[in-house]
Design a binder for this molecule. Structure first.
Ligand SMILES: C[S@@+](CC[C@H](N)C(=O)[O-])C[C@H]1O[C@@H](n2cnc3c(N)ncnc32)[C@H](O)[C@@H]1O
Length: 228
């Protein structure tokens, strides 16, 4: 059966176009850049050098985040059930997920697993198995990070409702993502909310956004957990 995102792959950037989204950021790189900053900040605060870490991005899509992150990690990889999406991941180490709840990499091979805006596209019944797979490919001590749209943010809700790629999306709250990770056997570390301000405001209010990281109103959130 073709993966849902095969249908969007050829004109993916067009599908994401939305005046509200463009008001928020003039340049589409703003969103992946913010996510990479957040991930790097997590490790910096723990004095851990990401250049020594291997990272897999689960549901990597067209590899935008991996391409940005590659210079900051020892090794990066990705996988996705849509082989049309990963065709755009030129020169990246990506594999096709033939089975949506199986990650085609060996046990304990990565220090960091991310799943960015993926779980809201995964059937509720499959989410637990996919989280267990994420934990399977993590090394002991490795970090599992789920980044998702925050359903409590009204602008996020509006953009999701208007987006053609989100017709089947089922948003999850930070608590649900936390429970999902916990049930897969990792230990919760922290939740960070981000994307409070449009790009032009963020430039001068980055410090305030950091202060709001625990307030559950940002446009998206990240849940970080550790495999013991
Ligand atoms: C909104 S896109 C996000 C892509 C990328 N993570 C990003 O942030 O740009 C959602 C991605 O999740 C993928 N996806 C859907 N079901 C999945 C599953 N069971 N396992 C992994 N990825 C999945 C889709 O194929 C699609 O590429």
């Amino acid at each position: 059966m073709p993966a849902e995102f095969d249908a969007y792959a050829r004109t993916y950037a067009e599908h994401l176009k939305d005046p509200f989204r463009e008001q928020f950021a003039s340049n589409s790189c703003f969103f992946p850049n913010k996510k990479l900053l957040l991930i790097r900040d997590f490790f910096q605060r723990r004095a851990q050098d990401t250049r020594a870490l291997s990272w897999i991005d689960l549901g990597c899509g067209q590899g935008e985040l991996l391409r940005l992150g590659q210079p900051h990690f020892a090794a990066v990889a990705g996988c996705d059930p849509s082989d049309r999406m990963i065709k755009e991941c030129v020169n990246l180490n990506v594999r096709h997920q033939r089975v949506p709840d199986h990650i085609p990499f060996s046990d304990e091979s990565f220090d960091l697993v991310t799943a960015v805006c993926v779980y809201h596209h995964v059937d509720v019944a499959l989410r637990g198995a996919l989280a267990q797979e994420a934990v399977r490919v993590l090394k002991p001590g490795g970090i599992f990070c789920i980044i998702e749209h925050n359903p409590f943010n009204p602008i996020t809700q509006l953009i999701v409702r208007r987006s053609p790629v989100d017709v089947n999306a089922r948003l999850l709250t930070a608590d649900t993502a936390k429970r999902l990770s916990h049930a897969a056997g990792v230990q919760f570390i922290e939740t960070r909310y981000f994307l409070y301000f449009p790009e032009r405001v963020y430039r001068s209010l980055a410090g305030l956004e950091n202060c709001l990281a625990r307030t559950p109103l940002g446009g998206q959130f990240a849940i970080f957990s550790r495999k013991s």
